[in-house]
Write a protein that binds this ligand. Structure first.
Ligand code: HEC
Length: 139
Protein backbone atom coordinates (compact mmCIF):
# COMPACT_ATOMS: atom_id res chain seq x y z
CA UNK A 1 0.00 0.00 0.00
CA UNK A 2 2.76 2.41 0.92
CA UNK A 3 4.58 1.85 -2.39
CA UNK A 4 1.35 2.40 -4.31
CA UNK A 5 0.66 5.77 -2.68
CA UNK A 6 4.29 6.79 -3.23
CA UNK A 7 3.94 5.98 -6.94
CA UNK A 8 0.65 7.87 -7.08
CA UNK A 9 2.10 10.98 -5.49
CA UNK A 10 5.13 10.84 -7.81
CA UNK A 11 2.77 10.68 -10.79
CA UNK A 12 0.72 13.59 -9.49
CA UNK A 13 3.90 15.62 -8.97
CA UNK A 14 5.09 14.86 -12.51
CA UNK A 15 1.76 15.97 -14.00
CA UNK A 16 1.78 19.22 -12.02
CA UNK A 17 5.41 19.94 -12.97
CA UNK A 18 4.72 19.29 -16.66
CA UNK A 19 1.69 21.60 -16.60
CA UNK A 20 3.65 24.35 -14.86
CA UNK A 21 6.50 24.22 -17.39
CA UNK A 22 4.32 24.06 -20.50
CA UNK A 23 2.09 26.93 -19.40
CA UNK A 24 2.92 29.96 -21.61
CA UNK A 25 4.95 32.54 -19.74
CA UNK A 26 3.84 36.16 -19.80
CA UNK A 27 6.15 38.32 -21.98
CA UNK A 28 8.10 40.92 -20.04
CA UNK A 29 8.14 44.53 -21.19
CA UNK A 30 11.53 45.90 -22.18
CA UNK A 31 13.03 48.60 -19.94
CA UNK A 32 13.39 52.15 -21.29
CA UNK A 33 16.08 52.40 -23.99
CA UNK A 34 19.30 54.28 -23.26
CA UNK A 35 20.04 55.85 -26.63
CA UNK A 36 23.47 57.53 -27.03
CA UNK A 37 23.34 61.28 -27.77
CA UNK A 38 24.92 60.89 -31.22
CA UNK A 39 21.95 58.78 -32.30
CA UNK A 40 19.32 60.85 -30.48
CA UNK A 41 20.40 63.92 -32.43
CA UNK A 42 20.49 62.13 -35.82
CA UNK A 43 18.13 63.87 -38.25
CA UNK A 44 16.16 61.84 -40.81
CA UNK A 45 17.44 62.94 -44.25
CA UNK A 46 14.54 61.08 -45.92
CA UNK A 47 11.69 62.45 -43.80
CA UNK A 48 8.44 62.39 -45.81
CA UNK A 49 10.22 60.72 -48.75
CA UNK A 50 7.65 58.34 -50.29
CA UNK A 51 10.22 56.48 -52.42
CA UNK A 52 12.30 55.71 -49.32
CA UNK A 53 9.17 54.58 -47.45
CA UNK A 54 8.41 52.14 -50.27
CA UNK A 55 11.91 50.65 -49.90
CA UNK A 56 11.36 50.58 -46.14
CA UNK A 57 8.06 48.77 -46.43
CA UNK A 58 9.66 45.96 -48.44
CA UNK A 59 12.62 45.75 -46.05
CA UNK A 60 10.26 45.66 -43.07
CA UNK A 61 8.39 42.72 -44.61
CA UNK A 62 11.69 40.91 -45.13
CA UNK A 63 13.51 41.65 -41.85
CA UNK A 64 11.06 42.85 -39.19
CA UNK A 65 7.58 41.47 -39.78
CA UNK A 66 8.41 37.98 -38.46
CA UNK A 67 8.61 39.38 -34.92
CA UNK A 68 6.89 42.77 -35.09
CA UNK A 69 3.88 41.64 -37.14
CA UNK A 70 2.14 43.04 -40.22
CA UNK A 71 1.00 46.25 -38.55
CA UNK A 72 3.76 46.41 -35.95
CA UNK A 73 1.58 45.24 -33.06
CA UNK A 74 4.34 42.90 -31.83
CA UNK A 75 2.44 39.82 -32.95
CA UNK A 76 4.52 38.29 -35.76
CA UNK A 77 4.79 34.48 -35.95
CA UNK A 78 8.17 34.50 -34.13
CA UNK A 79 6.93 36.77 -31.33
CA UNK A 80 5.55 33.96 -29.22
CA UNK A 81 9.05 32.57 -28.76
CA UNK A 82 10.38 35.88 -27.42
CA UNK A 83 10.74 36.64 -23.72
CA UNK A 84 10.41 40.37 -24.36
CA UNK A 85 7.38 42.02 -25.95
CA UNK A 86 8.59 43.69 -29.19
CA UNK A 87 6.42 46.78 -28.65
CA UNK A 88 3.42 48.22 -30.48
CA UNK A 89 4.38 50.55 -33.35
CA UNK A 90 0.72 51.58 -33.71
CA UNK A 91 0.68 53.14 -30.23
CA UNK A 92 0.38 56.90 -30.80
CA UNK A 93 1.71 57.67 -27.29
CA UNK A 94 4.86 55.64 -27.89
CA UNK A 95 5.29 57.21 -31.35
CA UNK A 96 5.19 60.67 -29.76
CA UNK A 97 7.89 59.85 -27.19
CA UNK A 98 10.57 58.58 -29.60
CA UNK A 99 12.31 60.65 -32.27
CA UNK A 100 13.63 59.28 -35.57
CA UNK A 101 17.22 59.09 -34.31
CA UNK A 102 16.11 56.96 -31.36
CA UNK A 103 14.10 54.71 -33.68
CA UNK A 104 17.21 54.36 -35.85
CA UNK A 105 19.26 53.20 -32.86
CA UNK A 106 16.64 50.70 -31.66
CA UNK A 107 16.12 49.36 -35.20
CA UNK A 108 19.70 48.90 -36.38
CA UNK A 109 21.84 48.65 -33.24
CA UNK A 110 19.27 46.79 -31.14
CA UNK A 111 19.84 45.06 -27.80
CA UNK A 112 19.19 41.62 -26.30
CA UNK A 113 16.41 39.91 -28.28
CA UNK A 114 16.15 42.83 -30.71
CA UNK A 115 18.74 41.83 -33.35
CA UNK A 116 21.49 44.09 -34.70
CA UNK A 117 20.96 44.89 -38.39
CA UNK A 118 24.07 46.98 -39.10
CA UNK A 119 25.53 44.42 -41.50
CA UNK A 120 22.21 43.11 -42.90
CA UNK A 121 20.73 46.50 -43.81
CA UNK A 122 23.50 48.84 -44.93
CA UNK A 123 21.73 51.26 -47.28
CA UNK A 124 20.95 54.55 -45.48
CA UNK A 125 17.91 55.30 -47.67
CA UNK A 126 16.52 51.86 -46.89
CA UNK A 127 17.21 52.33 -43.16
CA UNK A 128 15.44 55.70 -42.98
CA UNK A 129 12.72 54.27 -45.20
CA UNK A 130 12.05 51.63 -42.54
CA UNK A 131 11.76 54.42 -39.95
CA UNK A 132 9.29 56.24 -42.26
CA UNK A 133 7.35 53.02 -42.63
CA UNK A 134 7.24 52.51 -38.82
CA UNK A 135 5.88 56.09 -38.59
CA UNK A 136 3.13 55.18 -41.09
CA UNK A 137 1.95 52.38 -38.75
CA UNK A 138 0.81 54.90 -36.10
CA UNK A 139 -2.89 54.42 -35.43
C1 HEC B 1 13.82 38.17 -33.71
C2 HEC B 1 12.72 39.08 -33.51
C3 HEC B 1 12.85 40.51 -33.99
C4 HEC B 1 13.13 40.96 -35.27
C5 HEC B 1 13.39 40.12 -36.51
C6 HEC B 1 13.09 42.40 -35.18
N1 HEC B 1 12.81 42.80 -33.91
FE1 HEC B 1 12.63 44.72 -33.25
N2 HEC B 1 12.35 44.08 -31.36
C7 HEC B 1 12.32 42.75 -30.97
C8 HEC B 1 12.19 42.68 -29.53
C9 HEC B 1 12.12 41.41 -28.69
C10 HEC B 1 12.15 44.02 -29.06
C11 HEC B 1 12.10 44.50 -27.61
C12 HEC B 1 13.52 44.52 -27.10
C13 HEC B 1 13.72 45.15 -25.75
O1 HEC B 1 12.90 45.97 -25.32
O2 HEC B 1 14.74 44.83 -25.12
C14 HEC B 1 12.24 44.86 -30.25
C15 HEC B 1 12.20 46.25 -30.20
C16 HEC B 1 12.20 47.06 -31.31
C17 HEC B 1 12.01 48.49 -31.28
C18 HEC B 1 11.71 49.32 -30.01
C19 HEC B 1 10.22 49.16 -29.69
C20 HEC B 1 9.80 49.75 -28.36
O3 HEC B 1 8.58 49.75 -28.08
O4 HEC B 1 10.65 50.19 -27.59
C21 HEC B 1 12.08 48.93 -32.57
C22 HEC B 1 11.92 50.35 -33.05
C23 HEC B 1 12.35 47.77 -33.39
N3 HEC B 1 12.41 46.65 -32.60
C24 HEC B 1 12.51 47.82 -34.76
C25 HEC B 1 12.78 46.70 -35.56
C26 HEC B 1 13.07 46.76 -36.97
C27 HEC B 1 13.06 48.03 -37.78
C28 HEC B 1 13.30 45.49 -37.38
C29 HEC B 1 13.69 45.02 -38.76
C30 HEC B 1 14.78 45.70 -39.41
C31 HEC B 1 13.17 44.61 -36.22
N4 HEC B 1 12.87 45.38 -35.14
C32 HEC B 1 13.32 43.23 -36.26
C33 HEC B 1 12.37 41.65 -31.80
C34 HEC B 1 12.66 41.67 -33.15
Amino acid sequence: MKVKSLILSLMAFTVIALLAFSYPQEQKKGAAWKVPAEYKSKANPHKGDAAAEKLGKAAYAKHCRSCHGNLGAGDGPKAKNLETFPGDFGDAKWQATVNDGELYYMSFIGRDEMPNFETKITDEEERWGIINYIRSLKK
